[in-house]
Design a protein. Structure first.
Length: 363
């Protein structure tokens, strides 16, 4: 068994150099060291290491609420030819958005819409850089809210639902892994939390982002217009004061090692307890399964929707591909290539972490 891997992945025009640790029964504790950590954070990390396993056992009882049949139905809908690749700003993206709204409603939520026009987006994040395409005329985020006992503190869970659409001379880009798989995880977590009848400590916002493929537009708008009266009415605190955690899913349905499926766990190591809680949770996921580590900081770097939250130094976890596959941003990113067991185990691991963060606390 190899316990040290170095993964190099090309994504969105950049290289990710990840010092990746193969996890089978536990993480190697040395990866969690953070000499810059404040004493309060270090104490919290220690408490997770000591007591996290019991809290994961509490979450374990809800793992069976995940449904692979449901996952396949979601992917089949989002990747159908009629949606033409779900390009942001198109009527097909609107159809995908309406589908997500219906799924949230079926799960017992009253989802909120956060629409934003080209002009509103420019006012929030600035105009596109020179040489870049203009923003779509209209886009829309979808937000489902699970009220917590602390209504002024939030955990945000996100995944983008848009993709590349139809490209002349190339074809329709169905985006099964990128990012129908992430929407499966998002919807499944929302369903599991509701079905488990959990009242979290913090209010959880399940967010389906629009416009990720055109520059993280939906998540940037959400962050730059916080607090939005549409999403968090009555909130007056800043994002940094309000959002205690962000979790992102992007391309979590494929693996380079199908016999031992893996997922990348990227985290803001300004908050070392995030790795500690994952250490406890990963032990309860049935094997074979591996987790690769990609240590980050709160510096805004990154090619997916966690980056706007990272720029505010929000504690974040980003679930990503273990290695970049050859079908990335191609018409060949199709449902038949997804690893359904990897998607299940990733979502269950994320649920265990979310359960812990939302019931015990993130501070």
């Amino acid at each position: 068994m190899k316990d040290n891997l170095f993964a190099v992945a090309m994504k969105r025009g950049r290289f990710i150099l990840a010092s990746a640790v193969l996890l089978v029964c536990s993480f190697q504790l040395g990866a969690a060291d953070n000499s810059r950590g404040e004493s309060a954070k270090e104490g919290n990390a220690a408490s997770y290491a000591e007591g996290g396993h019991d809290r994961v056992n509490d979450a374990l009882q809800f793992f069976d609420l995940y449904s692979t049949d449901y996952a396949k139905r979601v992917v089949d809908y989002l990747t159908q030819r009629g949606l033409k690749g779900r390009e942001a700003g198109t009527k097909e993206a609107v159809k995908a958005m309406k589908f997500i709204v219906k799924e949230f409603r079926k799960a017992g939520y009253e989802p909120l819409l956060q629409p934003f026009s080209k002009e509103e987006l420019e006012a929030a994040i600035g105009k596109p850089k020179e040489g870049k395409a203009a923003y779509p005329l209209q886009q829309c985020n979808v937000v489902a809210k699970l009220e917590g006992s602390e209504k002024d503190k939030f955990i945000v869970i996100g995944a983008h639902y848009d993709h590349l659409g139809y490209i002349e001379g190339v074809g329709i880009h169905p985006g099964a892994d990128d990012n129908a798989s992430g929407i499966v995880a998002l919807l499944s977590l929302a369903r599991m939390m509701k079905a488990a009848d959990i009242v979290p400590r913090y209010t959880i916002l399940f967010c389906a982002w629009d416009g990720e493929e055109k520059g993280l537009l939906g998540s940037k708008f959400f962050v730059n217009t916080w607090p939005s009266e549409t999403v968090v009415p009555g909130c007056e605190a800043s994002l940094k004061e309000s959002v205690v955690h962000y979790m992102n899913f992007d391309m979590v349905g494929r693996t380079i090692t199908p016999e031992n499926p893996g997922v990348m766990f990227a985290w803001n190591n300004n908050y070392p307890y995030l790795l500690k809680i994952c250490q406890a949770a990963q032990k309860e996921i049935d094997l074979p399964f591996q987790v690769l580590l990609d240590e980050r900081r709160g510096d805004g770097r990154g090619g997916s929707d966690y980056a706007p939250f990272s720029a505010q130094d929000i504690p974040f976890i980003a679930w990503m591909e273990d290695f970049m596959h050859v079908d990335y941003h191609k018409p060949t990113d199709t449902p038949d290539k997804l690893h359904w067991e990897k998607l299940r185990k990733t979502t269950q691991l994320a649920f265990a972490i979310l359960y812990n963060l939302s019931t015990v606390g993130c501070e």
